[in-house]
Design a protein around this ligand. Structure first.
Ligand code: SF4
Length: 474
């Protein structure tokens, strides 16, 4: 399968648009998720109160991020959780690799973790002969196929029942083709069950890390997160530094905003709280718990008052579910780990504005993403800022971001300067519009990529000023 890249966004999007199956799969899934969210927030007054609280919690916690991280480390350490800091994906992989090698691990049972996707953990461990097996059902399906997740909470959303059945037929012994969802899930679970038993190491993400108590919270529906964090001897939790919250009471509004925005559920089937390794006398749980805290561009976002808001994200996926672009092209076209609106504002920090390619411009700026974001991230405004910086370089008063000015186009800049000059000189402007009307028959029918979906504009036969004059004369 060809590697997708954000630099190839346009051809990848065109490819997705040309696939009726992808469009149909996403249409159905997005309609379902939007309806579920809308039902979950059916009382607008109550919804506003919950979302305002969630936003306030994220803002407050981020404003104290360095101090909260120190407290988190102290509390976790006191509880027996070993804390590791990683500035880059390579450092995070090295930490996890060392822990796996120390255990002589051949199999890692992995729960849902977007940060592990961000650091390319599966590929890294596979290169060392360690099988990192996805246990979230959606992730399991895409891993069997050698595919990639296309949504941050529903990784296999681009596949329909027939495609999943075909995947299982190819990879699971004794599986008989079916379109029955329950049977498909049962077959997947059966295959996964033995992996939990055999894995030497369990690895999960973290939804919220509570500084006050040194507790790692995992939100999930399948129970695989609990299996990964309790059955293997060693549990490694990997997460971004922004996931820390101040106190246990911060969890309730965030949890409610997350589950309702993501899947329309009041609560998820499982909510796990890991506060220590197994204690004497306890029946289950890992003997060791490790927490890997990853930076990977987050400190840079934190240093910028405006872009810091990207770190408020609780990874609910609602912005993707409501995005008219994502809903038509799906997640793979973006070529990034985080697709959709959230990916467009996070990826420039992870990759730089140059490597993030056209992503900040892949938006109609309709504002739906900003409206549904449960923690009030002004996604359209941030996209506009990133667009300006990609073209014109750094904005005054903000720290530099890798790749600023990478999209500068000298011809375009010259044309805009010329137009600005013309607009300030009425005589020349009138002469220019007169000339433009005379040249109208010779305009090209297509104006490059811009004209792919547009008709070349033609000047009106008479300028507005002349029409007004004529009207006054009547
Ligand atoms: S940006 Fe907002 S809507 Fe999008 S995933 Fe993050 S929290 Fe959810």
């Amino acid at each position: 399968m060809a590697e997708h890249s954000p630099r190839r966004f346009t051809p990848q999007a065109q490819e997705a648009l040309a696939s009726p199956v992808i469009r149909q799969n996403f249409r159905g899934a997005m309609d379902y998720l939007r309806k579920a969210r809308s039902n979950a927030f059916s009382d607008p007054v109550e919804a506003d109160a919950v979302l305002a609280k969630a936003e306030a919690v994220r803002r407050r916690c981020l404003s104290q991020l360095p101090a909260l991280l120190e407290t988190l480390e102290q509390r976790c350490t006191a509880n027996g959780i070993q804390v590791h800091w990683a500035e880059t994906p390579a450092e995070a992989n090295a930490i996890i690799r060392a822990l796996c090698q120390r255990e002589d691990a051949k199999l890692v049972a992995k729960g849902k973790s977007m940060v592990s996707e961000e650091i390319g953990l599966n590929k890294h461990l596979a290169g060392l002969g360690i099988d990192c097996r996805e246990t979230d059902m959606g992730e399991f399906i895409v891993q069997l196929d050698g595919d990639r997740p296309s949504h941050i909470i529903m990784p296999a959303i681009h596949k329909n029942k027939d495609e999943i059945s075909a995947t299982f037929e190819q990879h699971l012994p004794d599986f008989e083709a079916t379109r029955d969802v329950d049977q498909l899930i049962a077959a997947g679970r059966q295959a996964l069950r033995e992996k939990f038993q055999a894995a030497e190491v369990g690895l999960t993400g973290v939804n919220f890390a509570v500084a006050e108590t040194g507790t790692l919270c995992l939100v999930e529906n399948e129970g695989n997160g609990r299996m990964c964090s309790t059955i293997p001897r060693v549990h490694i939790a990997v997460t971004g530094i922004e996931k820390v919250v101040e106190q246990l009471s911060d969890i309730a509004p965030l949890y409610s905003a997350l589950t309702r925005s993501a899947t329309g559920q009041a609560i998820t089937t499982y909510f796990n709280m890991v506060s220590s390794p197994r204690r004497p006398g306890e029946w289950d749980g890992p003997e060791e718990v490790h927490l890997v805290l990853l930076d990977n561009g987050r400190s840079q976002a934190f240093a910028d008052d405006e872009l810091r808001q990207t770190l408020q994200c609780i990874r609910c996926g609602a912005c993707m579910n409501h995005c008219p672009v994502y809903g038509r092209i799906g997640g793979h076209a973006y070529g990034t780990v985080y697709p959709g609106p959230i990916g467009k504002i996070i990826s420039p920090h992870l990759l730089g504005l140059d490597d993030a390619g056209e992503l900040p411009t892949a938006s109609s700026l309709c504002g739906a993403c900003g409206e549904v974001c449960p923690v009030g991230i002004p996604i359209p405004a941030l996209l506009q800022r990133l667009r300006v910086e990609a073209k014109h370089g750094a904005s005054a008063g903000h720290p530099p971001l890798k790749g600023q000015g990478a999209k500068a186009n000298r011809l375009e800049a010259l044309a805009m300067k010329g137009f600005a000059w013309l607009a300030r000189h009425p005589r020349c402007y009138r002469a220019g519009t007169w000339l433009a009307r005379r040249l109208a028959p010779f305009y090209p029918r297509r104006l490059g990529a811009w004209g792919q979906c547009r008709v070349t504009p033609k000047p009106a036969p008479k300028p507005l000023s002349q029409l007004l004059k004529e009207q006054r004369r009547v």
